[in-house]
Every structure is written in C-alpha cells, then in structure tokens.
Design a protein around this ligand. Structure first.
Ligand SMILES: *Cc1c(COP(=O)(O)O)cnc(C)c1O
Length: 406
C-alpha cells in the first residue's frame, strides 16, 4: 500500500534522509542478482566483481543455495545455542575436515570471529602464566592490517582512519611490517601470547604473506609457545583456489577466523581452534545468541556442497591463472597507471599510481563493479563460479577504461 498519496520517496532520498552516513556509497540501487550479474532499479545489468566484498562465493541466487535456504526457512530458523541443531554439527565436521583436528565456534561476522581469536589469545596467555591473568596478553599484528570494527578488531588494525576518534583502544597490541619476520621476532617477549595476521591482507590492498614469512611465524610461535592466529575472513573459503589461503604455504595455524564467503551471502562467521587449544573455551566464557542457527548453517552447508560438486577449488586455480596473466599484460601495457597486480585466485588487486576512484566509476559506467582497497588499489573479487566468458568480459572492460582515460 502506498504510504503517500503523492510520490513515494526514491531509495536515494530515503538513504539521504534516514540512513547513517558512514559509507561513501556508489550512486547505484541494486534490486536483483543472478550468477555473476546484478541489476539496478533502472534495469541496467552489471558484472559483479565485488561479490558483496568476497561474500557471495557462489554468485547471486545459486539454485542449490536458494533451495537449501528456502527449505530450512520453512523447517527451523533459530533455536539459540541452548540446544543442538543438526546443521551446526555437520558444518563443524566439514570445517574440521578442511582445517584439521580441532573444534569450531560459530558467530555472525568477521569482526566477531576475530574477537573470538583475540579472547583465545588471552586464555592461552593466562595458561602460559600459570593461571595468572594480565601477565601474558600481548598480540603482535601486521601494519596495514584490517581485522574489523569492534574494539578488539580495531585495536589490531593500526590505521588512523579506522582507530581515529575511538581511543582509548584495547591495550596489548604491537605491530611490525608484514613479511618482516625479524621485526615480528624482535617484538616477542614474556608478555606475548599470540601472533595474528591476515594470510592475505584484503582491505589493506591485497598484500600477501610470503610462504617463507608464514613458515617463519609458525616456527617462531612453536618455539616461543605463542598461538599463530590467521584471519582468513576474506581470503578463506576457496577464494584463492585452496579452501584456506595458508594451505598454499603448507603451514598450519593454531586458530582461524572465517566469515565472508562462508555463508554465500547469509551472515555467518566461525573460528576453528586446533585440538590442543580447543578446550580453552569452557561453558560460560564465550557465546553469541545468533551463532550457528539452523538457517545460517544450511546456507553455509550449501556453499560447501557446491564447492565440492562443481569442483570450484580446481576451477578457481585453473581459470584464474590465464585471467591473472591477462590482467598483468594489461597492467604492463599501462605502466604509468597500473603499478602492480597482486593476489591469488579470485582475490586480486590492481595497484594504481593515483586514487582509482575515477577508474572505479568508469568501470561501473561500462558495466563492471569492483571494490576499492587501501593504497590506491582496485579489488576484483568475482564469485568462485564465474565463467571464463565473464572473466574475459572483465578484461575487455578494464582494457577499454584504461585505454580511454588520459
Ligand atoms: C571483512 C573483514 C573483517 C571484518 O569482517 P566483518 O564481517 O565486516 O565484521 C575482518 N578481517 C578481514 C580480513 C576482513 O576482510
């Protein structure tokens, strides 16, 4: 029913009037999606290489995912963690199958997963200090990291644009340069409980940990009895062509934070904790009302089903290689504009010489949605089931935009 006899306000007007202004949004109202494409309220279609920031891993409205969510919505949606539900048990089993012996806790977002990891570091530190609290609690993180907007996540995110205005932050965080193993080693002291990094920095501009660095951190953590905590919120769940990005380096962390791609668009986060540390959490010392609902778990199980059935990890590895080669060739043809192409699989960043906002807008005009990241980077995050034709289309649009801009 119309609420006004005159003209109903446009979505843009409603946002202007009522939605908090904490985002600089693109002037686009999206109303529908199918596969890699989305459509705006004027009926214009776009190739969506944002995937809702690495979330819609199967593209939009994959039929298997839709059927699973619809079925579960009609059966049982939420019961809280006061009771068991079959989906949560099965999803935990399958994540343990990917991560290794250990246990899983479900939550609702990347920041909440990371809070769990930071609380785990505190519990480990207390155990290390013979049960005394407040003696061993420090966490060493990387400069340029992004771990979320909560107080713990923000405190682990040493960027003025994230932290400014919100101090005092949580104490006990120290920072070294990514891939500077000596720098991390120098910061370790008796008060250090954990090292916490993104396997591939996402918001910071697609900056990967080198395999040598990850292996070095693993050794350092084992020698000094520190937990190695990996934030795989953006790079995990198949985005790089392995279920977890750290698998490329052959390391095993002590705990993992996941979220974005896990639910294929439904909000769900998780932490996995390796067997020796999984019982640091005990009844009563951590929890969340919405974590691991039947509906969220059905969505995530549908993502894992499709990853397997459509052999998407292999598809990401095979199809991303020629695409990345084309992107690198394109960058090489425009050396004054594009300084570097970084990333793996479908987590790719093009580093520009200047603020790429005009390039993002030009790409959008030509029908390609991409996401900005720190350090003048444009991120390309297609769904894991993107087709070769769609990858080729993205290159053609990029070529046209780079060729057109002066
Ligand atoms: C997005 C992101 C987060 C925060 O996730 P939210 O779901 O937005 O809270 C944390 N870490 C990394 C690496 C991310 O990409």
């Amino acid at each position: 029913m119309e609420t006004s006899p005159v003209v109903r306000a446009s979505t843009a007007d409603l946002y202007d009037a009522h939605v908090m202004r904490n985002y600089a949004r693109a002037p686009l109202t999206l109303v529908r999606g199918a596969g890699t494409r989305v459509w705006d309220d004027a009926g214009r279609g776009f190739l969506d290489f944002t995937s809702g920031i690495a979330v819609s891993a199967l593209g939009h409205c994959h039929p298997h995912w839709v059927a699973a969510v619809q079925r579960q919505a009609a059966e049982l949606v939420h019961v809280s963690n006061l009771f068991r539900n079959p989906g949560q048990g099965e999803l935990a089993r399958r994540l343990v199958g990917h991560a290794g012996p250990g246990r899983v806790f479900f939550c609702n977002s990347g920041a909440e997963a990371n809070e769990g990891l930071l609380k785990l570091a505190r519990l480990h530190g207390r155990r290390k200090a013979g049960g005394v609290e407040g003696k061993c609690y420090k966490v060493i993180c990387a400069r340029n990291a992004f771990h979320g907007r909560t107080f713990g996540g923000m405190s682990a995110t040493p960027q003025e644009k994230i932290q400014g205005g919100f101090r005092p932050l949580v104490p006990g965080f120290a920072f070294a340069d990514l891939n500077d193993l000596e720098g991390f080693t120098r910061l370790v002291d008796d008060e250090t409980a954990a090292i916490f990094v993104e396997t591939i920095q996402g918001e910071g501009g697609i900056q990967p940990c080198t395999p040598e660095f990850l292996l070095g951190l693993r050794r350092l953590c084992s020698e000094r009895n520190l937990l190695l905590l990996l934030d795989e919120v953006q790079c995990g769940i198949g985005r790089t062509g392995r279920f977890f990005a750290f698998e490329h380096a052959g390391v095993r962390p002590d705990a993992i934070g996941m979220a974005k791609g896990l639910g294929g668009g439904f909000p769900i986060g998780a932490i996995w904790i390796s067997e020796p540390h999984a019982d640091l959490f005990q009844p009563g010392n951590h929890g969340t009302t919405f974590g691991g609902t039947p509906l969220a778990c059905a969505a995530a199980l549908a993502v894992l089903d499709v990853l397997e059935r459509e052999d998407l990890l292999a598809a990401v590895r095979a199809r991303s290689a020629p695409w990345l080669a084309e992107l690198r060739a394109l960058a090489a043809a425009h050396p004054a504009k594009v300084l570097a192409v970084r990333g793996q699989g479908y987590l790719v960043g093009l580093q520009f010489a200047a603020d790429p906002a005009p390039v993002l807008a030009a790409l959008r005009e030509r029908g390609l949605l991409a996401a900005a990241a720190g350090g003048n980077v444009i991120r390309l995050l297609p769904p894991l089931n993107v087709t070769p034709a769609e990858l080729a289309e993205s290159v053609a649009i990029l070529r046209a935009v780079l060729g057109a801009a002066a």
